[in-house]
Design a protein around this ligand. Structure first.
Ligand SMILES: *Cc1c(COP(=O)(O)O)cnc(C)c1O
Length: 222
């Protein structure tokens, strides 16, 4: 892979208001540096240990996004520096992030992950759980987090109609929430959807953050 060239290709396709998150999980620091030298500043990682190691090794003006399932016992390792957590998938996790953000003296930006795929295995809130939470007293007590928007992953399928309808549904839910719960909050403005195989569709359906890995860095070695 010519990492710099891939980044340029993708950026040329993205509208000006859509940002590229380079998903660098399982790729070595040298690969991230190639992307960095090509101007990339937002990187997405899905394992805490890998993220902290890369944070230590790489330039400090990188914006680190956490995109994987986050275990509560590991939150404290990333709260001092993480820029955005895309994958808040339960109320308990959000409460814990709020607690550790407070300890780190920070207010941390997060997205609520909504379950939109057909697979049972993908994490996330249902629409109802999400609304119930936003109405709750519990939510009002969380002072160290900013809910910036939503994240979702489409079903793993070749059927672009399924993918498009899932992204459309998420986008419409995002606008409903904005109207009902965030009408006076201009910061509720991020919709994280789209990966290497489906980011074109996601952008057409209103994505503001695309999370692209293999199209930049090549296949991952597990
Ligand atoms: C790995 C991963 C991606 C990137 O996937 P690619 O298909 O390599 O672009 C995006 N989002 C999440 C949550 C991931 O775990």
């Amino acid at each position: 892979m010519n990492i710099a060239k891939q980044i340029q290709i993708i950026n040329n396709e993205l509208p000006a208001d859509v940002r590229l998150v380079a998903v660098s999980k399982l790729h070595p620091a040298e690969a991230l540096m190639e992307a960095y030298d090509a101007g990339q500043r937002i990187f997405g990682e899905s394992k805490v240990q890998e993220l902290t190691a890369k944070y230590d090794a790489l330039p400090k003006d990188i914006e680190w996004h956490f995109i994987g399932h986050l275990q509560t016992n590991k939150i404290k390792y990333i709260t001092p520096f993480v820029s955005l957590i895309h994958s808040i998938d339960s109320v308990n996790l959000l409460q814990e992030v709020d607690k550790y953000a407070g300890k780190a003296g920070r207010k941390i930006d997060v997205l609520l992950q909504i379950h939109i795929a057909k697979e049972e295995t993908k994490y996330g809130f249902s629409e109802k759980e999400c609304c119930d939470f936003l109405k709750s007293e519990e939510y009002k007590t969380l002072n160290n987090i900013n809910i910036r928007g939503l994240m979702g992953m489409a079903t793993f399928t070749e059927d672009i109609n399924v993918i498009r309808s899932e992204f459309k549904g998420l986008s419409s839910f995002f606008h409903q929430l904005k109207q009902h719960f965030f009408s006076s909050d201009d910061n509720f403005n991020e919709l994280s959807m789209g990966m290497s195989e489906d980011y074109h569709i996601a952008v057409e359906e209103g994505s503001t953050l695309v999370r692209v890995g293999s199209k930049i860095f090549g296949e991952r070695q597990y």
